[in-house]
Each structure stands twice: as structure tokens, then as C-alpha cells.
Design a protein around this ligand. Sequence first.
Ligand code: SF4
Length: 240
Amino acid sequence: MRYSRPQISMSSCNPLSKSEKAKITRLRRKLLGWYDENGRDFPWRREEAGTFEKICVEVLLQRTKAETVAAAYPKFFKKYNSWSQIANASIAELEETLKPLGLWKRRAQSIKMLATYAHEHRGVFPATKEELLKVTAVGQYVCNAILLFQHGKARPLIDVNMARVIERYLRPRKLADIRYDPWLQAATLWLVSDKKAINVNWAVLDFANSICRSKKPRCCICILNKSCSYRKRTILEEPI
Ligand code: SF4
């Protein structure tokens, strides 16, 4: 299936204030500019990677470093080049292949269930969140990945990295679980509401990895340091 341009949609009932929306829009612009210069090159980001590879990779990327997945990528996709091949593989074989990535038991189950659905539906997943979440092994993250990569909808790949950048730049969320915090959900959705939604997602991940790191963020060289809430707070707390 060909990738189409992301469709942008926002609910009319939005927990973001007008000024937060404006700030996130500026953040998006800055991140896209930063990404053009500093984005990382991974096999699943290249032209030749199709929807199948892009969705599979998102299952592999959960709780795993992109560099680790990149190292396992050639072997994995040489062995399995379609949903059907994964669907027909045994769990034991998938576990063995996925061992270098860690969490292989859980990952083998998830990818097999996802592939079985895809195999039975000619590689096409439902195009709405409601229908997608009914598919076994599809949680919020994979649901958004499918909407983004297969159906061209502007959806955020929310993980701890994306949450960290948004929260430091604006303000902390209220709920512990990032999947259920309505403010964070709205903020990340607004962030990627752009025809370059895929690049925005990748930009946030790369930025979180090299600049806005969880430990020792590199605020001094950060393009956002003049408007970042976290930076303003920490400067005030720094000893003179
Ligand atoms: S200024 Fe620091 S905390 Fe703020 S976005 Fe940049 S690196 Fe992150």
C-alpha cells in the first residue's frame, strides 16, 4: 500500500490553551528545521522502506534503542519480507530471531498477532482508532503508527521521549501514564498536525536522543533554550 500525505484532524474539544497551541506550533517549526540538519539516517526512514517495514519497526522499537533495531534490521527483513512470512513463522523461530533486541517473548507474540491480522486482511489495517484498538496486539502506540504510516493521518508516536520534550518545553502532565493524560495527548497531536507529520515524529525522537536527553539535557546548545520552561526554571535554581 502506498503512503499518502498525513491528514490533519483535531477534536473541537481541546484541553490546550491558545498560547500553548502557538508555542507548540513554534516548537514544531524549530524541530523540523533542526531535523533537516541533524536527523538520523535509519533504514526504515529511507525511500525504499514500505509500510510493512515501517509498522514492523515500530513494534521492534518499543523500549529499544533505534541503533539496536538498526543493527538487527537487515537480518530481520531478509528473513521476513511480508506480513505473511511473519504470520507463518513459529513463535519459537520468531523468538530466536528477536533475541538480540531483548523482550523477545513479548515481541514475538505481538508481531505474530499483528502479522496474522495483516495476512488475513491483505495487509490493510482499519483506518480508525476505534476499529484498530479492537485488533489483538494493537495498543495506542502501534495504533498511531498504523494511522500515520498506512493511512496518512497525522498522529504522534508518543513515548517517554516525546513526552519529555513537550513537558520540559511547556509544562508537566498531570497523570502518570502518558497514554491517558488528555493534555499530553492533545499537545502531541497538535505538535504533529502538519503535512510533514512523519518528519515531526522523527525530529522529536532525534532531538530527545541527542539534545533534550533524559539525563543532562544539553540546554546550552539547544535551539529552544530561550523559550523553554524547564530551562527558565533551572537557570533560576542554578547557584550564582
Ligand atoms: S532547553 Fe534544555 S530542557 Fe529545554 S528543550 Fe532544550 S534541551 Fe530540553
